[in-house]
Ligand binder design. Structure first.
Ligand code: ASP
Ligand code: MG
Length: 421
């Protein structure tokens, strides 16, 4: 039985989480296992921030860098059974490389982003592999850059499946067969020049799916700090329930509407190869996992709700009471496309067109500037978009009664409400 496990950074943020990961890995050590890790805690955000500080010559760069470094060093010091000074020396070396990268100003932004942000996974990979080895597990830390081959689309690189397949079968497969547990970094890859690339935010799950697909793994598991896939965010709804089975299609739909389930990119290779993805509870590892597969039977069993906060509603109308017809819509979409602003909801009426998207001061400014040359534009900010999938009457009433809705849209499976909730 070949397994690929992915542990997210939120799970590894302290010694308790790391020890839990160790006990899970130990339980499965007798069969081929690949462990994919992502950056610890909020490290990816912190690294993005360091890059920004470096680019703007901000005086806080050094202090922010040191605080990220101390966070990791403190974590190492809290781990049992590892040789602390040895691991700290190795991690400090990675931090020195990070510092050099931050101070190398010649780089193009996207190139620098991948080089810098990938340190999060490199550091967590080192810590996890060292901790597992200290448990006398036979571990091989295998850099993702030697496995995941990509093109040069820095920050959102596409996988070169042919080369990646070659790398995995040539280098990784024999190690697995020798009984080694492979630890590798999620999210990270490299282009044909050996430059570091990344697969896009939240890309670690995708790495697990790539490796799992190529190895034809029997189990691909994403460990999470919730009981499995839920019908609502348990932080917002205390009556959230676990979904036992959902289809690939439903998972992609939920992700599209903003549920932080699994990125659609992750689902695609699994769907193509008909591999099931398990989402399992990190804290209660023996409970039944949620399964994402081609099984559509339970998709409409449980209504689901997705809350997207911080939305802007833009209402666009013509300056001379003309209809908003195809020609105008074409111009409007062109502007959204040019500025890479994703539309979450839209509605057309005779003389106006309404669009909802994630609020962002920059987005608002560029849109206002581009659109107000041609149209009258009004906007509301700070709104919330509720999406209800497979809703029923009671579920609709529960989540929308007494709410002042600005825009509403319904079809057979999905109802959306935008308002000031
Ligand atoms: N560390 C990366 C991120 O936070 C990748 C991942 O966690 O999946 O986006
Ligand atoms: Mg992460």
């Amino acid at each position: 039985m070949i397994r690929v496990f992915k542990f997210g950074g939120a799970l590894l943020k302290d010694a308790e989480g790391i020890e839990r990961m160790v006990s899970i890995v130990e339980e499965f050590k007798c069969e081929p296992l690949v462990v994919v890790v992502s950056a610890i805690g909020k490290t990816t955000n912190a690294l993005e921030n360091l890059l920004l500080l470096a680019m703007t010559n901000d005086k806080n760069l050094a202090s922010e860098y040191f605080s990220l470094k101390s966070f990791h060093i403190n974590l190492i010091q809290s781990l049992p059974h590892v040789n602390h000074s040895e691991l700290i020396t190795e991690v400090e070396e990675l931090f020195r490389d990070l510092w050099d990268a931050l101070n190398n100003k010649n780089d193009n932004y996207y190139f620098a982003y991948d080089r810098i942000v990938s340190f999060g996974e490199k550091i967590s990979g080192k810590i996890v592999a060292t901790r597992l080895s200290a448990k006398k597990l036979i571990v091989e830390a295998f850099p993702a850059q030697t496995i995941i081959a990509t093109n040069s689309n820095f920050t959102n690189a596409s996988v070169d499946w042919k080369k990646t397949r070659y790398n995995i079968s040539t280098y990784l497969f024999p190690l697995l067969h020798d009984g080694k547990i492979i630890v590798t970094e999620g999210f990270v890859g490299s282009n044909e020049n050996g430059d570091t690339t990344t697969l896009g935010r939240e890309g670690s799950d995708f790495t697990a799916a790539i490796i799992g697909t190529i190895l034809k793994a029997d189990e691909i598991v994403i460990w999470k700090d919730v009981p499995g896939l839920m019908n609502a965010d348990p932080k917002l709804f205390d009556d959230a329930v676990k979904l036992d089975n959902i289809s690939y299609h439903e998972a992609i739909e939920l992700a599209f509407y903003g549920a932080s389930v699994i990125h659609p990119k992750t689902i695609q290779p699994l769907q193509k190869n008909n591999l099931t993805l398990q989402v399992r509870s990190f804290w209660e590892p023996h409970t039944t996992p949620s399964l994402i597969s081609d099984n559509t039977l339970e998709d409409d069993n449980v209504p689901k709700i997705i809350v997207k906060k911080n939305q802007t509603l833009l209402s666009i109308s013509s300056r001379n009471m003309d209809f908003i017809g195809e020609e105008n819509l074409f111009l409007i979409f062109k502007i959204f496309n040019k500025h890479k602003i994703h539309i979450n909801l839209m509605q057309n009426s005779v003389i106006s067109f309404s669009v909802c998207f994630n609020s962002d001061v920059k987005n608002q400014e560029v849109l206002m500037e581009a659109l107000s040359k041609l149209f009258y534009v009004k906007y509301n900010t700070g709104l919330t978009l509720l999406t209800l999938r497979h809703y029923n009457k009671a579920f609709l009433a529960k989540h929308t009664s007494n709410k002042k809705v600005l825009l509403e849209q319904k079809n057979r499976t999905t109802a959306q409400f935008l308002g000031n909730f």
